[in-house]
Write a protein that binds this ligand. Structure first.
Ligand code: ZN
Ligand code: ZN
Length: 899
């Protein structure tokens, strides 16, 4: 504690130690934080972490999502709330199973070689090995979740809760088993929900095929994007009012390439204005056709195996062909037989497996479903009545639209890794009882005969949609559940709005009777400079841990927070870390240097600025600069607090950045140096003001940059050894600090100094050279400038500051926003002759540029032949050079060149 601060800030030395110290002190649990803070425990505030996949590696998406949550939880923790951030990992059925299957494939094995039990053991071993590395990675970026409450969705407790919900929903008729068309992944060999079948636009084709009339002449033309499915057609449907086909309804067609005959049926679902007005009906391979088939009593012919190869139900020559191979062959044969009327290019949406990218095959099968409409209705009501607040607001409409069009949720998966469906079937054919049970069954409750459990497992999201209460101990009536349900804020990527966010609201309402949280912040996506989403396959990702190694966690967090506002994406350049993360590192360094300066000037605790205590700094002791920085600090407290509250984290960070970098470091610290070094009075007041406004700034910044702020904050003299900024009280605005006069008057001082500095730079005045300045004010009020004469002369490096009209002609000139004119005589400060020469040379160069540009733009050939935007660019260049010439000519005049 007493060793001086290192001259350079080195995050790598500090971060992991500091993180370990926070954990040792148990500051991330609401109880531990309350103990460390002392006083009452505060109102609960809960955020549920979107549980990462147990095998995941941290990417920038996690980085962004969890940094935002950490900022909010740290903010509320400092505000004295019982802040709980619940972490966990998701067993991620399909994703994890795929990972282990890939590992097995390297050994030349499949899961079937191992068998179910051994395979599941293997997955557990793998998961245990990787040991939820993702959680350690979240710790490396500073996340202050309550790790003592970490759950895993396959934990015994959570599994029991999952089963409880399944049984309850089944008892209420909200879970059912049915034979329907579902989305099938032929690679993962499982059913998927509608949300898991990601729609992607592809350039496909539309084949128009003729089906000849069986006993007679003519044909009906149907169109399809999947010709191979025609082998499973069991009818052709037309609209009942379609005159063109009136004669044909009820008659038979010959299904090409097969020896089957299929009927023409009339069905209201057919759109007579689309294509030929006739559609092929393939009940086993299309959801709409399935419905038509049911209504019309058409059979279902399943022409594909689970792997999407052509089944035994197809003519022999097709059997075993992959669906896309079969497609080519079907098309070729149709063409040969003159049954292919035409082929059109056709762009349409095709479902892809969200885990492996394989094209989804709609497939008829027996699955378990959740009846969603009764769950969706109250979830929609809570949005309509304003209980649920979405940030940004438009996400609320996405939510409402999805709920309004909700379809039943297919929850069974033909996987081995996951919660096995708690359903047992009686082996006795005479009994055949299906039992849904909270406990494992070994015998049929009906006949006592043997039972077998359903082979399938539940969709991963069937456990994660319950975590707001299952992670707190439900169905047991735990203290945690009573205290921390319902929670408050959810921070999520928009991609999982339907998968997770909306479903949690439904389950929370159904099971707990209350929504699990009321404010949902859906932040943007991390993209590269070409606006592509960062992904492993594109190789355009950024490893957040590499950023931490090179720049520190604070720098990473700062960039993630400041790069994105509500409703926008975050753009980062994977090839240029310096541009992306340099600003955060530079800010940490600036903070470090300001901290070193302030702390090295304190030889004990500074005098308090407020409170009923001895030795308090009285208002009358403050100088204009003191009053100004105190007022600026107060304004920053207001701005930052309000921005954090409204999820405008970038604005909060920007406000604190401005205050620390510009107000405090660049102005105030520079201004008070004479007082600190003893040649001006009031050194103790300056020290007190600098230290305490810096303390406030550190606290305001702590949620975004926890490490550097804690390190500096703990170094303040008089701080107890175990004090942590993470439970320090959040700064409150102080009406006594508001000071419009000080803001205006010191603001004028700053403007004058800045104007003189700008003139010095413009005319190349050497840094060590003093100049004079003459200020004339539109009204007589130069009192503040006069009183702050010392500040202005010192900061602008003046030998003299006078008021009134300048008597000289040669010099630099500026007019401020309020009409104040600043004049810097330059005759004795620079070599006017040389400056005139330099400027004249520059003038000559610009004139040549302008002239040649005018010739170019006067050339009709160039103007008519070059692309419009090139011509436009050249015109803009000419205009810029003209402007520069004008500025130069004013300068030459002011310096009296050539006279
Ligand atoms: Zn798949
Ligand atoms: Zn039985």
């Amino acid at each position: 504690m007493t060793a001086p601060l290192a001259p350079q800030y080195d995050p790598s030395e500090i971060e992991s130690q500091l993180y370990a110290w926070w954990r040792e002190r148990d500051l991330f649990s609401p109880e531990g934080a309350a103990r460390a803070r002392g006083g009452p425990p505060g109102e609960p505030y809960v955020i549920q972490m979107p549980p990462p996949n147990v095998t995941a590696e941290l990417h920038t998406g996690h980085g962004l999502n969890n940094t935002v949550q950490d900022v909010l939880i740290r903010f509320e923790r400092m505000r004295g709330r019982r802040a709980l951030w619940v972490p966990g990992t998701d067993h991620a059925g399909i994703a994890t199973q795929n990972v282990v299957e890939r590992l097995l494939a390297k050994e030349g094995l499949t899961r079937f070689d191992l068998g179910r039990e051994a395979f599941v053991e293997r997955v557990w071993a793998h998961v245990g090995e990787t040991g939820a590395r993702i959680l350690q990675q979240l710790q490396a970026i500073g996340c202050s979740a309550d790790w003592s409450r970490t759950y895993f969705t396959l934990d015994e407790d959570l599994s029991r809760a999952v089963r409880e919900v399944f049984v309850r929903l089944h008892e209420k008729g909200l879970i059912y088993r049915g034979h329907y068309i579902i989305n099938w992944c032929p690679r993962c060999l499982t059913a998927l929900s509608n949300e898991e079948a990601e729609k992607e636009e592809v350039d496909g084709r539309l084949w128009h095929i003729r089906y000849p009339v069986a006993d007679g002449d003519g044909h009906i033309t149907v169109a399809t994007t999947r010709p191979e499915t025609m082998l499973g057609d069991t009818g052709v449907a037309v609209h009942p009012d379609d005159e063109r086909y009136r004669e044909l309804v009820g008659r038979q067609l010959r299904l090409p390439l097969t020896d089957r005959r299929i009927p023409v049926v009339a069905d209201e679902a057919v759109d007579p204005t689309f294509g030929s007005g006739a559609v092929k009906v393939t009940p086993a391979h299309d959801p709409t056709d399935f419905e038509i088939g049911r209504r019309q009593g058409l059979p279902s012919v399943d022409v594909m195996t689970p792997e999407a190869r052509m089944s035994l139900a197809t003519p022999e020559r097709f059997q075993g062909l992959d669906r896309f191979e079969a497609r080519r062959r079907v098309v070729r044969e149709l063409e040969e037989r003159g049954l292919l009327e035409k082929v059109e290019n056709h762009r349409h949406a095709v479902g892809h497996c969200y885990r492996c990218g394989t094209v989804i095959e709609p497939r008829l099968s027996e699955q378990w479903f959740v009846r969603m409409e009764p769950l969706a209705r109250p979830a929609l009501e809570r949005y309509r009545d304003g209980t649920l607040q979405f940030i940004p607001e438009r996400r609320g409409e996405d939510y409402a639209r999805w709920l309004e069009g909700i379809r039943d949720w297919c929850i069974s998966r033909q996987l081995w890794w996951g919660h096995r469906i708690p359903v047992w079937y009686c082996e006795d054919e005479g009994c055949g009882r299906v039992s849904v049970s909270r406990t494992d069954l070994t015998a049929c409750p009906g006949c006592g005969g043997a039972v077998r459990q359903d082979e399938d497992v539940l969709d991963t999201w069937f456990s994660s949609w319950l975590v707001p209460f299952t992670s707190l101990g439900w169905p047991e009536p735990t203290d945690d559940l009573a205290t921390y349900y319902p929670g408050h804020t959810l921070v999520s990527a928009p991609e999982i709005l339907f998968f997770w966010v909306a479903r949690m609201i439904m389950s929370g309402l159904y099971v707990m009777g209350e929504v699990p949280y009321t404010r949902m912040y859906l932040h943007g996506t991390v993209r590269d400079t070409q606006h592509r989403k960062m992904s492993k396959s594109l190789g355009n990702g950024i490893d957040p841990l590499e950023v931490v190694r090179q720049y520190g966690a604070d720098a990473l967090r700062y960039s993630l927070v400041t790069g994105m506002s509500v409703g926008t994406d975050l753009i980062l350049d994977p090839d240029d870390f310096e541009t992306s993360f340099g600003p955060g590192r530079n800010f940490a360094n600036k903070l470090w240097n300001a901290g070193r300066f302030i702390l090295s000037n304190l030889d004990g605790p500074p005098r308090p600025l407020a409170g009923k205590v001895a030795n308090v700094v009285r208002r009358e002791e403050l100088t204009l600069a003191d009053r100004w920085i105190v007022a600026r600090c107060d304004a920053t407290v207001r701005e930052a607090t309000e921005s954090y509250e409204r999820f405008r984290l970038n604005e909060a960070a920007a406000a604190v950045y401005r205050f620390i970098w510009s107000d405090l470091a660049d102005w105030y610290i520079e201004q008070i140096k004479p007082r600190l070094y003893g040649d001006a009075p009031g050194g103790d007041v300056a020290r007190a003001v600098a230290a305490q406004t810096f303390d406030v700034a550190l606290r305001l910044l702590h949620p975004v940059m926890p490490f550097v702020t804690e390190t500096l904050w703990r170094r303040f003299p008089g701080r107890p050894a175990d004090a942590s900024i993470s439970v320090a009280p959040w700064p409150l605005p102080d009406p006594r600090a508001e000071d419009a006069d000080a803001l205006r008057e010191f603001g004028l001082v700053q403007e004058v100094v800045s104007a003189i500095r700008a003139i010095r730079a413009e005319y190349g005045v050497q840094p060590g050279q003093v100049v004079r300045a003459v200020v004339s004010r539109p009204d007589s009020g130069d009192g503040a400038l006069d009183r702050e004469r010392l500040t202005v002369t010192r900061l602008a490096k003046l030998s003299d500051l006078s008021f009134g009209e300048p008597r000289e002609r040669v010099g630099g000139h500026a007019v401020l926003s309020d009409g104040t004119a600043v004049f810097v005589p330059l005759g004795d400060a620079i070599d006017v002759e040389r400056e005139c020469q330099r400027l004249s040379g520059e003038m000559k160069r610009l004139t040549q540029l302008v002239e040649s540009q005018d010739r170019k733009l006067g050339n009709d050939q160039f103007v008519s032949r070059a692309p419009a935007e090139v011509v436009q660019r050249e015109r803009e260049k000419a205009a810029t050079w003209r402007e520069q010439r004008e500025v130069l000519s004013r300068k030459l005049e002011l310096l009296g060149c050539g006279t």
